[in-house]
Design a protein around this ligand. Structure first.
Ligand code: AMP
Length: 259
């Protein structure tokens, strides 16, 4: 790969990072392409960015897209949690930000992302869940992808705030089998216990009303400018997230195919 093609002009995406050295991307092999309805195993999908407020169903749709197109979902939250779990230098630095519910600085986040995107399983394409979260990250991602001959397909899951509040505040999880329920939309058969193993259901700490409000505020303040950025570029594919997961998935596929 030409050194020139790896240059990132706007910012030094991976400045002085050892991870950066390893991040020689295979993406220059991938030309910007359109996502077509008739996807084949060998066709290149490119970069799909999933945007939407917390609780909008991004991970569910990421999973479906991943299965349909055989490309990985890269969840930056999961990546960071993995670094924290492994106690890597990145994880140690990211941990306090995550505990405080703050965004991890780009100087930590970006090298982790680029390293992951350089893995062989991303060559045909990948789905980003949780990145970009700010305008700066959207711009950084553009530079990163452009240097690899890619442009993102950006999907925004639109869900009314009232429903989001119910989705988040009504969410209950089985601490044993991890199955998720919703008091309003998908209640367990017997109140308060898991259908599968009878364990008492719990509420995630970040699904408490006060924290939900903060998460939604952060989304509005930090992520909305990134959405506006894609809107100005004419890249934003708005999808109605206020319908069944099957219908949301179908709408995503049809919008991607028509882009
Ligand atoms: P999530 O699982 O996507 O809610 O992410 C969990 C936490 O990881 C967030 O609260 C942030 O602290 C951090 N995080 C995830 N993605 C990003 C990102 N793109 N930029 C900065 N911090 C992030």
């Amino acid at each position: 790969m030409q050194a020139e093609s790896r240059k990132i002009s706007r910012r030094t995406f991976l400045k002085e990072s050892s991870v950066a050295v390893a991040a020689v991307s295979a993406f220059t092999l991938v030309r910007p392409g359109r996502v077509r309805g008739a996807m084949t195993e060998s066709s290149r999908v490119g970069a799909i960015v999933l945007l939407g407020p917390p609780g909008a169903g991004k991970s569910e749709q990421g999973r479906r897209l991943s299965e349909r197109h055989s490309i990985p979902v890269i969840s930056t939250g999961d990546q960071l949690r993995e670094h924290v779990k492994r106690g890597t230098p990145f994880g140690l630095q990211a941990d306090p930000y995550m505990k405080a519910g703050k965004l991890v600085p780009d100087s930590l986040m970006n090298p982790i992302l680029e390293e992951r995107l350089s893995q062989p399983d991303c060559v045909r394409g990948f789905i980003l869940d949780g990145y970009p979260r700010t305008l700066a990250q959207a711009e950084d991602l553009d530079v990163l992808l452009k240097n690899k001959g890619l442009a993102p397909h950006v999907i925004l899951l639109d869900v009314p705030t009232e429903r989001l509040l119910k989705l988040l505040s009504g969410r209950r999880v089985c601490p044993n089998c991890r199955r998720t329920y919703n008091l309003y939309y998908q209640p367990p058969k017997k109140e308060g216990v898991c259908d599968v193993d009878g364990t008492a259901l719990v509420q995630r700490p970040d699904d408490q009303p006060k924290v939900i409000r903060r998460r939604l505020d952060t989304y509005q303040k930090e992520t909305q400018p990134a959405i506006d950025y894609y809107l100005r570029q004419g890249r934003l594919l708005r999808v109605n997230g206020n319908q069944t997961p099957e219908k949301v998935a179908a709408e995503i596929e049809s919008k991607l195919a028509s882009q």
